[in-house]
Each structure stands twice: as C-alpha cells, then as structure tokens.
Design a protein around this ligand. Structure first.
Ligand code: HEC
Ligand code: HEC
Length: 398
C-alpha cells in the first residue's frame, strides 16, 4: 500500500510536470515494475495488416514494408538499394507481432525507471504527438526537440527532425536507449526486465514462435506496430477519391497551397505533404530534398541536418500536433502561416523556394481570408478514424 501510494504520487508528479511543461527531476528512480499496471489483452487481436484509405479500399501493411525494404515503391525512386533490416521486418510481420509492438509502445517498463513509454510523448488523440514544445524524458530532463506526430512512418526514409533514421527499424530502439527519453542502459537490462513480467512470454511466443525476449524481436515488433500506423483516411483523401467535397473555404485554401505564389506544395508534396530524402519519384519539385531551411532565424542554435535544415514534416493530422516546428516555437497554425506570410528571415542557407527574384526572403503577405482558407485546408488533413482506431490505443489505459 505504501509503495502504491508513493508511486501514485511520483506518477502524478510526472504527469503534472508534463502538463505544466516544466523541467524538473522527479528525484526518484525507484518505482518498481510490480506496481505498474498490466495491459488489457481482452479483445486485443486486431487486424494490423489492412488499413482503410479515403477511397474505401484497404492498403496492405506488409506490402508497404516490402516496398520500403526494396526502396522502389511508394514514394521512393528506384535506387536499387535494399534494406536488409526492413526485409526482415517485412518477412516477420504478423498481426501478433504488431499486437506485441502495441503493448511495448505503451509499456512504461521500456524505460529505465518505469515512468515513460513511447506513448508518453506520442498520444493517439494528438496524432501521436504531445502538447509540449519539448518533451520530458524518464529522469525529468527535456528532449532537445519537439515530439513529432507519427503517421505513415513506413513510407519515409528520413525520420526525425534531422532525418537521421532511414526506416522505422532504424528508429525503433533509439528512444529506448536515449539518455534523455527512456534511458535503458543495455540490451540485457531491457530483455531481463521484459522477461520478468507475466505477460510478455506468451506475447513473444505468439509473435515469434518462442518465449525468449531479445533486442532484435523488440525492435521488429515496434517496427511492425509503427508501420501499421497508416493514416490515409482524411477528408482530403476522400475528396481525392471522389467520396467527399471541400467547402468553398477549404477549396480556396487548397488552391492557394498549390499556387506558385504560396508554393507550399513544392516541399510539402506527395501523399504525406512531405518529401523523402532522395528527390524525384512521385514528388513535384525534382530539386527538393527531404530537408530545408525555412528561415525561422538568422542564426540557428540547433542546425538540424546541417545549415539549419530540418525535415520537411508530414502535414497529415497537423491540426492535432501543436506546437509546431522542430523547437515547438509556434503555438498555432495561425502563427505558422504568419511566419510564411511575413516572417521568413534571411539566412545564408534559406531555401531558394522561399526567396524572391532579388534573393530576398519572400513576403507572401496573405490576407486574413487567405490565412483562414489555408488553415481550413490544413484541417482537412485530419484523419478522425486514425485517432479513434482501437488498434492503436493504449492497452494500459483501463
Ligand atoms: C520523452 C519523449 C519521447 C519518447 C519517450 C519517445 N519519443 Fe519518439 N519522438 C520524440 C521526439 C522529441 C522526437 C523528435 C526527435 C528528433 O527529431 O530529434 C520523436 C520522433 C519520433 C518519430 C519520428 C517521426 C517522423 O515522422 O520522423 C517516431 C516514429 C517516434 N518518435 C517513435 C517513437 C517510439 C517508437 C518510441 C518508443 C520506443 C518513442 N518515439 C519514444 C519524443 C519521444
Ligand atoms: C522550402 C520548403 C518549404 C516550403 C516552400 C514550405 N514549407 Fe512548411 N515546412 C518546411 C520545413 C523544413 C518545416 C520544418 C522547419 C523546422 O522545424 O525548422 C516546415 C514546417 C511546416 C509546418 C509545421 C509542421 C510541424 O509539424 O511542426 C507547417 C504547418 C507548414 N510547414 C506549412 C506550410 C505551408 C502552409 C506552406 C506554404 C505557405 C509551407 N509550409 C511552405 C518546408 C517548407
């Protein structure tokens, strides 16, 4: 009882900090696994293989994994490169392994002191982001950058704000061993901790044919779960497939987004309104890479991929993932549009698409109505089924 109360206070403390957006150390790393909740596995056998799209058809997640593994499908120009890790992920994918990945994603035991799970910084209702400009890790310290929303990660070859992860497999364990995010210290520690629970044995058995917990299986299961996070059922997707219609305001915003004057589409391109690192393929501007400097500042303290270039983020579910930019500097979409409208700074590496004919930062000078229209269009990228889909929800919540 005493331990339970103590844990309650510590957890309430952490939540409080998260909500207030403050930096502090909770000062206690002794919370033990035994007082944590177990996942609710009743009815947890979902269909992770198929994902609904705006046309009413289903995409097959295994196919997406295979495309990624051979880097010649969906959004990727044919480079001839093969990704052996992703091939293994494609070959081992099953509903059972994605289900295991879901439990791991939400299990606080994945952090050194049982206080933080992937889901602590990636909330489904917020398009798998959080409300903070920077997030709080297992020891109360803050991350260097804004938590990113998660959607269609299997289609990217440039994950994270600086594009440092080339696939979900490459990304899957980085947060777990990150000294700010989850702080796990060794493979052995992770494996022992998970094996000590009364539920992982059966879940690993079901997913991979043996009870044994290994780093590799954990990585694969997380990859399977996040790769199943397919969001392709927004109003914009439905309009594209002829099953819904824009309002006049949304249409005006869409036209502006795709106009040469605003030029948003040059970078926020393709199905995810983003861009992979290799230009070409499905994307509109052949010269655009997956990162750009958009002139947020005249000098950058965080240079991202170099020269102040950051990943061109997906705009799917953008309405839900405030605050915005790599450092969470803008609280609203309104503030983001103001930046493009009149706030772009002259930086030696400012992207050419954001300069005028004289090489000066572009001034788009949107009217109030144009701003509202752009925001109305951006809101059509919200996928309500994605954020309410039980297969992505937190199994520890009740
Ligand atoms: C303490 C908060 C925190 C935790 C815990 C956390 N993340 Fe993140 N996540 C972030 C931040 C911050 C970023 C951006 C980091 C950067 O760019 O350097 C990010 C980025 C990502 C991205 C990149 C999305 C994109 O489109 O590029 C994915 C995917 C992701 N996290 C998945 C996970 C998974 C899986 C876990 C658990 C194994 C996890 N995260 C744990 C905060 C967190
Ligand atoms: C030159 C390429 C480029 C162009 C053109 C561009 N963007 Fe961006 N956009 C980016 C990059 C890169 C970021 C992230 C910058 C950062 O965090 O440092 C971004 C960030 C954003 C974000 C915040 C995303 C998030 O998750 O925080 C929104 C919203 C956005 N852009 C909308 C637009 C709109 C609307 C337009 C047109 C008026 C536009 N962008 C034009 C490259 C571009």
């Amino acid at each position: 009882m005493k331990t339970k109360q103590l844990t309650g206070i510590i957890l309430a403390g952490v939540t409080g900090l998260v909500m207030m957006g403050m930096v502090a150390c909770d000062g206690d790393n002794t919370v033990t696994g035994s007082v944590l909740k177990s996942p609710n596995l009743v009815g947890a056998d979902f269909d992770y293989e198929r994902s609904l799209t705006g046309s009413g058809d289903y995409l097959n997640v295994k196919d997406l994994l295979k495309d990624k593994a051979f880097r010649n499908g969906f959004g990727f120009p044919n480079t001839g490169n093969e990704d052996l890790d992703m091939q293994e992920a494609a070959n081992t994918f099953s509903n059972a392994s994605a289900k295991l990945g879901r439990i791991l994603f939400y299990d606080k035991r994945m952090s050194l002191n049982n206080t933080v799970a992937c889901g602590s910084c990636h909330h489904q209702s917020l398009g798998f982001s959080d409300r903070m400009s920077v997030s709080v890790g297992f020891g109360g310290r803050t991350t260097h950058r804004n938590s990113m929303s998660i959607n269609n990660p299997v289609t990217f070859n440039n994950l994270f704000w600086d594009s440092r992860a080339q696939s979900p497999m490459d990304l899957s364990l980085r947060p777990v061993f990150d000294h700010i995010e989850m702080g796990m210290e060794s493979d052995e520690m992770l494996e022992k901790k998970l094996a000590a629970t009364d539920y992982y044995g059966a879940l690993f058995q079901e997913a991979f044919g043996s009870k044994e917990v290994t780093r590799r299986k954990v990585s694969l299961a997380i990859t399977h779960f996040v790769s199943s996070m397919v969001s392709m059922n927004s109003k914009n997707d439905k309009v594209a497939s002829g099953t819904a219609q824009f309002t006049a305001m949304e249409k005006m915003g869409r036209d502006l987004f795709f106009s040469d004057r605003a030029g948003c589409f040059n970078c926020h391109a393709g199905s995810n309104f983003s861009a992979p690192d290799q230009p070409g393929g499905l994307y509109s501007a052949p010269t655009v890479a997956g990162t750009a400097n958009i002139g947020l500042d005249r000098t950058y303290t965080d240079n991202g991929k170099g020269n102040g270039k950051f990943r061109i983020p997906s705009l799917r579910n953008i309405e839900l993932s405030a605050p915005y930019m790599h450092d969470g500097r803008f609280a609203t979409l309104d503030a983001v549009i103001d930046h493009y409208s009149r706030g772009i700074q002259a930086h030696p590496h400012l992207d050419g698409l954001l300069k005028d004919n004289n090489g000066q930062p572009k001034r788009m000078n949107f009217s109030a109505e144009e701003k509202d229209a752009l925001i109305a269009f951006l809101r059509t990228l919200t996928d309500v089924s994605f954020i309410s889909e039980p297969k992505y929800s937190d199994p520890f919540a009740n």
